[in-house]
Design a protein around this ligand. Sequence first.
Ligand code: ADP
Ligand code: GN1
Ligand code: MG
Length: 364
Amino acid sequence: MNNPIFSELISKFNIDLIISELVPFGNGHINDTYLIRTSPEEAPDYILQRKNHKIFKDVPGMMNNIMIATNHIRNKLIAAGEKDINRKVMTYFPAKDGKLFVNDAEGNFWTLFLFIADSHGVENIQKPEQAYSAARAFGHFQLQLADLPGEKLIETIPNFHNGLSRLNDFKVAIDKDAAGRVKDNQVLINKILDRSAEMTSLQRWLNDKTIPLRITHNDTKINNILFDQDNKTLCVIDLDTVMPGSALYDFGDAIRTIGNKAPEDEPNLEKIAFNKEIFEAFAKGYLSEAKSFLTQMEIDHLSYSCRYMAWEQAMRFLADYLNDDIYYKTDYPGHNLVRTKAQIRYLEVLEENSAMMEAMISES
Ligand code: ADP
Ligand code: GN1
Ligand code: MG
């Protein structure tokens, strides 16, 4: 894939490169990602992304957030005398006009980042040691941003993890019933609604400042960490949603993916099981970095946060299914329903394991 439209687009970035190959890359549900391989072979490669501007309504604001956050981290790495900085933090490339993106003729927004060489992402984690280091990476990322004033960043997606607002969107989707799917899914709908009082508590605590707002990543799926060839973590990527949030979102969202032995769209619900060893390693790794800044209230709700993020995600998948699949990329009809069922089953699994999770956290 190497057509003149891409060549023209790339030529608008403030960088000299010779494209040898351009290939679709990664498994994201939102953006379109391409890897640009360049020649000569030893020259750096790049990640070109079409940011989904229907979802990210202020791409310039989002890229400004990414610039602020990555510059902040980069300065810390420099001050710490870190080597190999370009593999420990994302590097963005501005356009020739100084903007952090290029618009194409259709009004799409394209961005360019350095491809982190000799790296790979993982879709699932097998080894506790890998969970421990992934958790340290996420905890360390929060720590690196802990002294960045929140006012500098915009909310790239307003109310992104706000349970009260998500619940409201869900109820609107039920009322609209755009695809006539409500009647066949009442059992699933009720499973979400039945838990709404418990699950919206997090937003109430944020509203009354019982739990602090921090700068958080907000999309800590395991495939948003890059590992090197020795399976050591390099850096946290996919910074589109870095903005003020709760540390609990990041902990809970990571466990949403790696604490589950099955993928988030597993059709066979019997395969959905809690991975105790991975959870224990992740909790230890996260707290080894985050204990220094978390409040006791946050620590006491780490286990709750896993249920919260699974509940929120189930509600988002189901709302999208009821809305006729307009948000997430889907691979087949009914994909969002499969995702919903898997996520609700995982939520039940987390509920069954919550006492053990609490105990593991207090021992970490
Ligand atoms: P999405 O928001 O759609 O999930 P990501 O920014 O996570 O998109 O990118 C998709 C995938 O591309 C990632 O999971 C990762 O495997 C790969 N990727 C993204 N940025 C880089 C990078 N700078 N270096 C290496 N791989 C990357
Ligand atoms: C989306 O883009 P990706 O695949 O990293 C979504 C997350 C969801 C996730 C579910 C901006 O993440 O919030 O948790 O899918 N990102 C956005 O897999 O909505
Ligand atoms: Mg991603």
